[in-house]
Write a protein that binds this ligand. Structure first.
Ligand code: HEM
Length: 398
């Protein structure tokens, strides 16, 4: 049995995750300037943590962070990049606006609310797996519809919207990193416009469900606390932040347990601990970005105002200075300090929900079938910045 990371060697069976190329760099150069792109790449766990805490780095990178590719296209004129409602996302805001918007929906992620959502998640898993006989595609048959329906439920829009989330999330993710390509801008702004339409239609319908994002935000708008555009902006942020991240993590978790031959043992023990180690071992959000607004030093390097900084969470999660035998998937270990959900003020708002969804998906499969094995190689979707699993077929037996 091989417990180590499937991406460290090219077996021909599994696509090598490009972010893993940085594993080797981390020990030699935890903070490195990539001159080709004109960005800093930070791979050490201590450096990533310190920089995510530093006031010298701003979260407003989509507006101001430029790579060499942007400069080549339109000259370094310093004009803000990303247009439209993405600029309103609280994920890309600094204080105090970040806290104003985040604070409005934070109560929806409180323990009591999550308990109610957990029941919905478990029912959805049961429903999705009810008709499976001997084969299931973990992505198309479980993780994707589950993550989509949960986001719709949270927002307060009908389940019929869920199948549209995959396309939207893909086009928005591309817009964030490759907006120097006109076709990417066209598709990304198209996706955002569709979300605005769906939100506008939901708000016009009487009775947006109570305790949902749209209801809470429309009340805040009526009270004059936020602008109307912030409602659809926050909805599109949740589509982007809550959907592919979670569905792909579920697929990667199943893949990692099967690859290392630990499916049966890991799913029959404490699922929450297993999920925690899986989150550390292979995250779906390999990196987050920031733009420097003041000079800052890290690992002897000086980052200057205006520089774009990529913080490699997945690579930092394999830092031997923090985790013993970091390339070994060990569901028995107590993994307390991973960076999978980020660090500091922008720490993932949906981390509790993601853990619930992953636990319910793994538990749902394991409870039904004692034998689970791959029925073909995983299929990855080309994606900017995030590795997205499209298909992961399994053969199952009781
Ligand atoms: C395994 C699944 C997930 C992973 C790996 C993940 C990862 C992350 C990371 C790394 C950040 C920090 C971004 C930064 O610092 O720039 C973040 C932020 C965020 N996540 Fe998640 N996430 C997941 C699931 C979810 C879910 C299910 C939701 C909600 C439905 C969600 C909502 C958010 C929001 C709203 C933010 C922005 C927080 C802020 O800026 O204050 N995430 N997530």
């Amino acid at each position: 049995m091989d417990l180590t990371c499937p991406y460290r060697r090219d077996t021909g069976l599994l696509p090598v995750d490009p972010c893993m190329d940085y594993l080797a760099l981390r020990d030699a150069e935890p903070v490195r300037r990539e001159d080709d792109l004109g960005v800093w790449v930070v791979t050490g766990a201590a450096e990533v943590t310190a920089l995510l805490r530093s006031p010298a780095l701003s979260a407003a990178w989509p507006q101001h962070g430029r790579t060499r590719l942007h400069d080549e296209r339109d000259g370094a004129d310093g004009a803000p990049r990303t247009a439209g409602i993405v600029r309103r996302w609280f994920m890309f805001q600094d204080e105090p606006r970040h806290q104003l918007l985040r604070g409005l929906i934070t109560p929806l992620f409180a323990t009591r609310r999550l308990a109610a959502l957990q029941a919905f998640v478990e029912e959805t898993v049961d429903h999705l797996l009810a008709d499976v006989t001997d084969e299931v595609d973990v992505m198309a048959g479980l993780a994707v519809p589950l993550a989509g329906r949960v986001v719709c439920r949270l927002l307060g829009v009908g389940e019929e919207v869920a199948p549209r989330l995959a396309g939207w999330a893909l086009d928005i993710a591309a817009l964030l990193v490759a907006d120097y390509l006109p076709e990417v801008v066209e598709r990304g702004t198209g996706a955002l416009a569709e979300i605005e339409e769906v939100v506008a239609a939901a708000l016009k319908t009487p009775g947006v469900p109570e305790g949902t994002v749209l209801e809470v935000l429309s009340r805040a708008h009526e009270a004059g606390r936020i602008e109307y555009e912030d409602i659809a902006a926050t909805a599109s942020l949740l589509v982007f932040a809550g959907f592919d991240t979670t569905s792909t993590f579920i697929g990667k978790a199943v893949r990692a347990l099967l690859h290392t031959g630990q499916w049966s043992t890991a799913t029959t023990r404490d699922i929450a601990a297993t999920v925690e180690e899986l989150l550390r071992f292979d995250t779906s959000v390999q990196q987050v970005a920031r733009v420097a607004v003041a000079p800052v030093e890290a690992a002897g390097q000086r980052i200057e105002p205006g520089d774009l900084v990529l913080l490699m969470l997945g690579v930092a999660n394999r830092d031997p200075r923090v985790h013993r035998d970091p390339d070994v998937l060990d569901p028995g270990r107590r993994t307390g300090r991973h960076l999978t959900f980020g660090y500091g003020t922008h720490y993932c708002l949906g981390s509790g929900l993601a853990r619930i969804e992953a636990g319910a998906a793994l538990g749902g499969l394991a409870r039904r079938w004692s034998h689970v094995e791959p029925a073909g190689p995983p299929v990855l979707r080309p994606h900017h910045g995030v590795t997205v699993l499209e298909h992961l077929r399994l053969r199952v037996r009781r």
